[in-house]
Design a protein around this ligand. Sequence first.
Ligand code: ADP
Length: 422
Amino acid sequence: MSALLGCIADDFTGATDLASMLVKHGMRTVQTIGVTERTLPSDVDAVVVALKSRTIPPADAVTQSLAALSYLQRLGCRQFYFKYCSTFDSTPRGNIGPVADALSDALRVDFTIACPAFPVNGRTVYKGYLFVGDVLLAESGMRQHPLTPMTDSNLVRMLQAQTSRKVGLCGYDVVPRGADAIAERLRELREEGITYAVVDAIRDADLAALGEACAGFRLVTGGSGAALGLPENFRRQGLLAPGVDAQALPPTDGYRAVISGSCSVATNEQVAVMKRHHPAFQVRPRALADGESVVVEALAWARARMTREPVLIYATDSADEVKTAQHRIGVERAGALVENALAAIARGLVEAGVGQMIVAGGETSGAVVKALGVESLRIGPEIDPGVPWTTTIGSAKPVALALKSGNFGKADFFVSAWKHLP
Ligand code: ADP
């Protein structure tokens, strides 16, 4: 195979978000969970390697990102994309600066852009300042983030704190004038000795023009939004096969199940809606801690019902109940018990004939994917913003998976997602 665009994402759901964006813009895309030794399909235009490197020590993030880069180089990719969060989640230690530095060195580039803007999700950049909705980043909820509290909103300053190379700005006096004007400004910044140009963008049209201006760049860095204009460059060069449906997934069949381990507000609503339509089984942390055979029970319960309709197996609970369980069992132990149980149930369900499954929760999805031995996924049509259907690659029979992080998806997600499957 020879892919065109190779992407390195610093977390799993961010990788899916980017992959979904590329599919929407016509690139057939595969997401791998870390670097995989298994062969990927040959008809792939973009590969997104999902790392878990956002908050690990900078040196580890660099090592993992470089390993992902050389993997993508072996796949034949021509352009590389470093994807971070649209809220620029990082600290003065990194990891955005150190990883960008290491990728630049490895690719021998002395200039690239940095643009986390994602206007459809309310992330805009103006005069180098990042806005979340109507407020500056440092005035948003991100100020209180447990791991990466964002207390500065100025991207030039923030990135400069993470790198010894010079950071500059391509501002909104230039960006709306289009791709040529942006390219010209980027050339000037490069000549001034700037390595990273933070780029203002407040509309998708700005990102499309920015993408065009980055056509010849070996390395681009940004959120999902800044990748929006890149597929068109490959199309213009005749490198993307015309008339191909990038969203097409291989057909899957089998029974349908939802596994829910997220306790977010959105997921609680989704569980409530699903319970009104289909049978549901609750996994209680206390029963797990008491050593009850919850996994066996859940599987027997599901087998008796899933031949007729989709089933829901959930640990999802209200914030109060979660707190009570955590108080009794311990935060980490409760989380691990629930994750392990749901992952074992998911594996048992697939062995029993489930072929289409929704999983709710970032950590829960990670545990399920691991238990199923999945190393890569083909990305298909979007169900709700940022959540596509995917199919497993490499298993004897593909399984359709929708991996939803906590706060994503409308209230009827578990009931209506199935209709987006081929
Ligand atoms: P989200 O994407 O909403 O953050 P995650 O799956 O990443 O969801 O995280 C949810 C965590 O809460 C997991 O570790 C899960 O095992 C744990 N959990 C789920 N249900 C319960 C519960 N009833 N009590 C305590 N912890 C729970």
